[in-house]
Unconditional design. Structure first.
Length: 326
């Protein structure tokens, strides 16, 4: 059965983040009942102004009291977990590199949402679909941020809920376009080998695919979709494509993965040693192996070719220039 766009209540978590920013416009006006979860009051005010007919709720996904309230009356949920920097709680004593299931804070947040959806459905509630945004190849346990999503996927699959899973690759939206647009001689700092091969996903494609899955629902139940937009390439290619879009040559600046991990951990978790290990392992893995998937599944879902990195850069540069008044 397809979603009832007039009556079903759809919850989008982390609605002010990268994925939500492109997804909500795909849904707003089509789904008459939207509930958008955000973490900050500033995000709540901004989204409420932008989407006045939606219900915008400030809630912390890591708070076990939040999921039952968020899922009250909800029919479907697009579940985006808290970002790594939100998921780490460095004051806890049991982190231990996030290598145990019980100490994966992101996973615990996702499990709490799954439990709340299960309880709501079991008590006669309307819950009918959970679409979880995971990551490409969560089986890569050397990447602790991927491994946490592997546990979350397993928990969802065994929950008894009607579910679907999407698995995006590196997001193009992580490229610092505002930075390179402002700089006279732009540089792109990178903490891994720019010659290593990757594939990327844009949230523009991801949003279109997620909107279709949510609307069609029954067709996509119990399906796992690895969603990649591009053909394989390197960050040498990326800076060339973006440079062509902004009309400037971008120079790659190599950064030590160990220094970068320290800076990322400081920004993410106050310099937690556990966070440093997570980021070091991630950056070293990317340096040696990259992350390469296939775009055919996303093309099938979209009914068109996904966006290339060069195409995304041309579109996104125009958007960022407008935002910056450049």
């Amino acid at each position: 059965m397809a979603a009832d766009l007039n009556n079903d209540l759809l919850l989008i978590t982390c609605a002010s983040g990268k994925q939500g920013t492109d997804l909500v416009p795909q849904l707003y006006g089509k789904w008459k009942r939207l509930r958008l979860q955000v973490m900050s009051e500033a995000s709540r005010r901004r989204l409420q102004k932008q989407y006045p007919d939606a219900e915008v709720v400030r809630a912390d996904l890591t708070d076990p009291l939040s999921p039952p309230k968020l899922l009250d009356g909800v029919t479907a949920c697009f579940l985006i977990g808290p970002a790594l920097y939100m998921a780490l709680l460095p004051t806890e004593k049991d982190v231990h590199l996030l290598t145990t299931h019980s100490s994966k804070h992101e996973t615990r947040a996702i499990e709490s949402m799954i439990d709340a959806a299960t309880t709501q459905r079991a008590s006669g509630g309307p819950f009918a679909h959970l679409l979880y945004s995971s990551v490409l190849f969560p089986i890569l346990h050397k990447l602790l941020n991927h491994d946490s999503k592997r546990h979350a996927e397993e928990y969802l699959i065994e929950s008894g809920l009607p579910w679907s899973i999407i698995q995006p690759s590196h997001l193009m939206e992580n490229f610092p376009l505002a930075k390179v647009l402002r700089e006279e001689k732009p540089t792109y700092p990178i903490p891994y080998d720019p010659a290593t091969v990757f594939t990327w996903t844009t949230t523009k494609d991801l949003a279109c695919a997620a909107a279709r899955i949510l609307q069609e629902r029954k067709t996509h139940l119990f399906a796992v979709y690895p969603l990649v937009s591009t053909r394989p390439g390197t960050y040498h290619d990326v800076v060339r494509w973006v440079g062509e879009a902004i009309g400037k040559e971008i120079t790659i600046e190599r950064v030590s993965p160990f220094e970068a991990a320290g800076m990322m951990a400081k920004a993410a978790a106050g310099g937690s040693e556990d966070a440093k290990v997570i980021f070091k392992r991630m950056l070293i893995y990317y340096d040696e192996r990259g992350l390469v998937g296939n775009s055919s599944v996303l093309e099938m879902l979209l009914g068109r070719k996904p966006m290339s990195y060069a195409e995304w850069a041309r579109v996104k540069v125009g958007e960022v220039r407008a935002e910056l008044g450049l």
